[in-house]
Design a protein around this ligand. Structure first.
Ligand code: URP
Ligand code: ZN
Ligand code: ZN
Length: 460
């Protein structure tokens, strides 16, 4: 199987040039001008952008959560990801408290393996750190190629660990060469505010937002950074939403500490005014909640300053019927929103097209940095000879409108209904195979491959 892409404008995290790309046996074989290899498929990419397949390192597919399960499974979720130019995702295995990390991994493999269209990996969420789980970390890193360990500072009783466990985990993960990532919000403060609002009869989705003020995130982000500094572990904050949290890692940088930060597309493009719509606001009930315009400005600035390295989605979709579990109590609305399909196009349209970020920055935060931070570079995240041929051919001028009627995700509403987008993923190539051709998916479930990741290097 070989593909020749002709005359595309190739964009990487650092380059911008017109070239032909010849692909053979899943890999980029040659990059040059006027290439004349006889290929099985020739794609004319004149006037198109050609960039690395997107990597979304924060998704929740088929995940049991808050008494239900996220509505995209590994098949529908990775299919929608491919349609939107994302060729690889990193999903989360959640340990059940009292059980082992490996038992959770096996459970997740039972749902994912053989069912994905796109490539994938896992982070392991450690929800109960003890001597037994400590002993599993080395094998997970060295045998399974799972090198990142997620922690929750919120969701008490199910997922949250305390600071003592956090420090213990950080020490072990550092020793074994991995990374600790975090959902950084102060779970006790949030629980207090949730209980207060409920006791006052304040039960609408607005109070989900009002129960998680910015300080709950900035405090926990600073505490996490301090614990990471003390232990020296490689550290990454997921779904950062606000100026206060960003300033905590800017402060950490002053003592020469590196704390990686990921934001998600929703925190850049939509805001807390959406919590004024009565129960319809449940569509945007996620944790942390949407924030203010000033936070969006900070996050865009953080991206350009290099203090926010990744734009993910935290894709965690629920059908409207599932959202209605919290019709009379905001604390029962399953947290999460659908975005896996729209991340790349929204980031291009709202970011590049509106002059907020450069094309190179777009590639960096949607693909390259995730590959580097999570131990997959240069196999993933770049267009270079020898790299996996994961490539998006993108028409920057094609306009389209987002709608639940036309999206591929398994969810019956869109959080971006009616949004006008500038730019469309036309062809998506995954490991040398055309996976999407003019929005039509060409690969079957089972094509996606589990990608083993390497130990942490200080790469950015
Ligand atoms: O609301 C969210 N973010 N749902 C998914 C779980 C998490 O906290 O990432
Ligand atoms: Zn989270
Ligand atoms: Zn998440």
């Amino acid at each position: 199987m070989s593909i020749l892409i002709k005359n595309g404008r190739v964009i990487t995290a650092s380059e911008d040039y017109v070239a032909d790309i010849y692909i053979e046996n899943e890999k980029v074989h040659t990059i040059g001008t006027n290439l004349s290899m006889a290929a099985d498929t020739v794609i004319d990419a004149q006037n198109k952008l050609v960039f690395p397949g997107g990597i979304d390192p924060h998704v929740h597919l088929d995940m049991p959560f808050m008494g239900t399960s996220s509505s995209d499974n590994y098949e529908t979720g990775t299919r929608a990801a491919l349609v939107g130019g994302t060729t690889m995702v990193i999903d989360f295995v959640l340990q059940t408290q009292g059980k082992s990390l490996y038992s959770a991994l096996n459970e997740w493999r039972g749902r994912s393996d053989g069912n994905t269209l796109g490539d994938y990996s896992f982070h392991i969420a450690v929800t109960d750190f003890n001597e037994d789980t400590k002993a599993e970390i080395k094998d997970l890193i060295e045998k399974e190629g799972i090198t990142s360990f997620k922690t929750f500072m919120a969701y008490k009783g199910a997922l949250m660990i305390d600071d003592r466990q956090m420090v213990g985990l950080m020490n072990e993960v550092k020793k074994q060469g991995g990374m600790v990532t975090v959902h950084a919000t102060n779970g006790d403060m949030i629980d207090f505010l949730v209980a207060k609002h409920k006791s006052e009869g304040k039960l609408s989705p607005l109070y989900h937002y009002l129960s998680q003020p910015e300080i709950t995130e900035s405090e926990a982000s600073g505490r996490f950074a301090d614990m990471a500094y003390h232990t020296g572990v490689a550290a990454y904050i997921v779904h950062m939403t606000c100026e206060g949290a960003l300033n905590q890692i800017r402060d950490a940088a002053k003592r020469n500490q590196k704390v990686y930060a990921e934001t998600c597309i929703q925190y850049l493009v939509i805001d807390a005014s959406l919590y004024d719509k009565g129960f319809e606001s449940a569509k945007w009930v996620m944790s942390p909640p949407l924030r203010e315009k000033k936070d969006q400005e900070s996050l865009w600035a953080g991206i350009n300053q290099g203090s926010v390295q990744v734009v993910a989605t935290d894709h965690c979709p629920f059908m409207w019927e599932q959202k209605k579990m919290g019709e009379n109590d905001f604390s029962k609305i399953p947290n999460g929103h659908p975005a896996i399909e729209h991340r790349m196009e929204l980031l291009f349209s709202e970011g590049v097209n509106k002059g907020r970020i450069s094309l190179n920055k777009f590639v960096e935060v949607s693909s390259t940095n995730a590959a580097k931070i999570f131990g997959m570079f240069p196999q993933k995240g770049c267009i270079a000879v020898g790299s996996d041929a994961d490539i998006v051919i993108f028409d920057p001028n094609e306009k389209h409108t987002i709608s639940a009627k036309t999206h591929s995700m398994n969810v019956d509403y869109s959080a971006y209904e009616g949004w006008e987008i500038n730019g469309k993923c036309k062809t998506v190539i995954l490991r040398g195979k055309v996976a999407v051709d003019n929005s039509k998916v060409q690969v079957q479930k089972g094509y996606g491959r589990f990608i083993k990741r390497s130990k942490v290097k200080d790469v950015i």
